[in-house]
Design a protein around this ligand. Structure first.
Ligand code: DC
Length: 193
């Protein structure tokens, strides 16, 4: 069976948690596509060369989760040639046998516009910054500023900007416990299966 769940949304909205929960529940493979851009940013050098030569080992680095890696990812993600180099891998993953969940910024709009399920997971910048701050600590105002800076770059870029697909189901987790958000996502997938 081929079945693609596309999950898009801004940083720290809950995409990853929902994506992993859906994958576990339905036995689908899960790809956090942000890791691809984080790995390209972390490799340094020419980002286009890095994106074209990306390996599994690059994705397994343990320094990809930091705020700095997120910012570096967002910077290289505006480069059209970087995005182009990562398209085929993501599309193959999405259409592999057994079903797949991909989370990112452009999955429902660019990578898999034909996905069986499209979710747009969002929350207010303040709520998302607070979640990030609980993980990374430090200066809360700076974490909020970084979240807003990354939103502006991801939503404002010319190539594949972050926005909900016209047929995406929006899940706002600002005031929704994560269990309820997962239940809402499960219901959308079940209705389509
Ligand atoms: O989901 P994340 O925070 O790990 O993503 C890091 C950055 O990578 C994000 O700010 C923008 C970029 N990205 C993207 O442009 N397209 C994707 N599908 C996933 C991530």
């Amino acid at each position: 069976m081929r079945f693609t769940v596309a999950i898009d949304g801004p940083a720290a909205a809950g995409k990853g948690t929902i994506g992993r929960a859906l994958a576990a529940r339905f036995g689908f493979a899960h790809l956090d596509t942000g890791l691809l851009y984080r790995a390209v940013g972390a490799l340094g050098g020419d980002p286009v060369v890095a994106a074209r030569g990306l390996t599994a080992a690059d994705l397994a680095r343990d320094d990809l989760r930091s705020l700095a890696a997120g910012q570096a990812a967002s910077v290289v993600a505006v480069i059209p040639e970087v995005r182009a180099a990562l398209v085929d891998f993501q599309r193959r993953f999405a259409r592999a046998q057994g079903g797949a969940v991909l989370d990112g910024r452009d999955i429902g709009t660019v990578i898999c516009p034909q996905a069986e399920v499209k979710l747009y997971v969002t929350a207010s910048a303040e709520v998302r910054a607070h979640r990030r701050w609980l993980e990374v600590g430090g200066d809360a105002a700076r974490v909020l500023a970084e979240v807003m800076e990354r939103d502006a770059r991801d939503m404002g870029r010319a190539e594949a900007p972050l926005r909900p697909a016209s047929d995406a189901v929006v899940i706002d987790t600002s005031e929704l416990p994560i269990e309820a958000a997962i239940a809402a996502a499960v219901a959308v997938v079940e209705a389509r299966l």
